[in-house]
Design a protein around this ligand. Structure first.
Ligand code: GUN
Ligand code: ZN
Length: 428
């Protein structure tokens, strides 16, 4: 079945930091997106494509809206939805005082489903159509998340947290039970519809070497699943890792020794990486989730995007709810821009929107499946509205080119500027 959407249209073909800007994206002032059975059939100029269509095909015209691929959130915790905006602490105290007690509730499947429903609704309203998501240590939390994501026909990646040390007893698994529960979840959910599994050691401090090694074993036994964890977010955390793993040559090396790096490995934050660590991430094709709103909220630091680019590390954006303070990728782009300003680096609007779409897809090894409008990609897309708020509407009247439009969207935009979200072509 054909579905056709008309409007201003933008998508990326390559990283603007790596190719000539004009080769990095396709933009149509008056474009057409043709969707067949939920997949992208074609994009192009409306005046060229409209005459090729059968007269009977209905065209949905989004006037004054920008059609683009759905945003991709490469690091977020659904169980932390209701503890967003918890005051005053940096990472380790924040985990202990707020996060762990909150996550306890997710042993209850029904509670998990209730929060997952709200969480996914918020994501879709913010224009995010795929996310790499932390559960809690409870397998029920992942069952609940996948159950709801499946009903909504979403492409989502989730995993049960592994943690067997330095955490409350009520949140602790063991190396063996973590392995067994993860294995059962992989067998049930990985590649079921559009769902995929991520092996999810919380971070080095809460995982014994035995647990990390078992995670590596599970990854080797299931090469198409993901590895999702945290890395070098906060200085006290990094010092703790050094104490806990004296034989490792730095934080990343703890994971490396357990064979956790690779094309489907995503490390959240990486705010304080040495060049040698960045190089290792690059040469193993691993990815970093850049989470500016979280890094600012927890006072973790300013991510060095240029360092990641220099070593060819795949980078996507993450909201990191509940340390992050917004579901909105547009607001996250705002925070990202400001972190780079504080480093005296420019983050161009093209680069920002690339990272939020195709960059995220590449970080998740899903290029060709989501992230742009290449032929055969899944038609998860959004429509941004320049006029949803009086301020943006006014500012846009003084705007002369696409770069400026994108910049204004990323500085002033939030959920209010997402007019529509489509999943596999269907408006939701
Ligand atoms: N490091 C380990 N666990 C967490 C978490 O839940 N949030 C963040 N931001 N960092 C972590
Ligand atoms: Zn996180």
């Amino acid at each position: 079945m054909l579905k056709v959407y008309r409007g201003e249209l933008l998508h990326f073909l390559a990283d603007p930091a790596k190719v000539a800007l004009e080769d990095s994206y396709q933009y149509f002032d008056d474009g057409l997106l043709i969707v067949k059975d939920g997949l992208v059939e074609q994009v192009g100029e409306a005046r060229q494509l409209l005459p090729t269509l059968d007269q009977s095909v209905e065209v949905t015209h989004y006037k004054d809206g920008l059609i683009m691929p759905g945003f991709i959130d490469t690091h977020v915790h659904y169980p932390q939805t209701e503890m967003i905006a918890s005051y005053g602490e940096q990472l380790l105290e924040w985990l202990e005082n707020y996060t762990f007690p909150f996550e306890r509730q997710f042993s209850d499947f029904e509670h998990g489903k209730n929060v997952a429903e709200f969480f996914l609704t918020q994501l879709l309203e913010a224009g995010t159509t795929t996310a790499l998501v932390f559960g809690t240590v409870h397998k029920e939390s992942v069952e609940a998340f996948f159950t709801v994501a499946q009903q909504k026909k979403l492409r989502m990646i989730c995993g049960k947290v592994l943690m067997d040390q330095n955490c409350p007893d009520y949140l602790s698994d063991t190396a063996q039970s973590g392995y067994d529960d993860s294995k059962a979840l992989i067998e049930k959910w990985h590649n079921t519809d559009r769902l995929q599994y991520a092996i999810t050691p919380r971070f080095a401090p809460t995982c014994s070497s035995e647990q990390l090694n078992k995670a590596g074993q599970l990854l080797r036994e299931n090469p198409s699943v993901y590895l999702h964890t945290h890395l070098s977010e906060n200085k006290a955390e990094i010092a703790w890792v050094k104490d806990l793993f004296p034989d490792s040559d730095g934080y990343l090396d703890v994971y490396d020794k357990s064979k956790l790096l690779g094309r489907r490995s995503v490390f959240a934050h990486g705010v304080h990486l040495h060049d040698s660590e960045c190089q290792r991430l690059g040469e193993t094709d691993s990815a970093i989730a850049f989470c500016p709103s979280s890094n600012l909220f927890l006072g973790s630091g300013l991510f060095n995007l240029q360092q990641a680019l220099k070593f060819d590390v795949n980078v996507g954006y993450g909201t990191d709810i509940g340390a992050g303070t917004t579901f909105s990728m547009l607001s996250t782009l705002n925070e990202g821009y400001k972190t780079q300003q504080l480093r005296a680096e420019k983050l161009s609007p093209f680069q920002s929107f690339y990272l939020a779409t195709l960059g995220g897809a590449i970080a998740l090894d899903l290029e060709g499946t989501i992230g742009n409008f290449t032929h055969g990609a899944e038609a998860d897309f959004i429509v941004l509205d320049y006029h949803a708020t009086p301020l943006m509407d006014r500012r846009m009247q003084h705007c002369t080119n696409l770069s400026e439009k994108l910049f204004i969207l990323s500085m002033l935009g939030d959920e209010r500027h997402v007019k529509a979200t489509h999943i596999m072509g269907e408006r939701v």
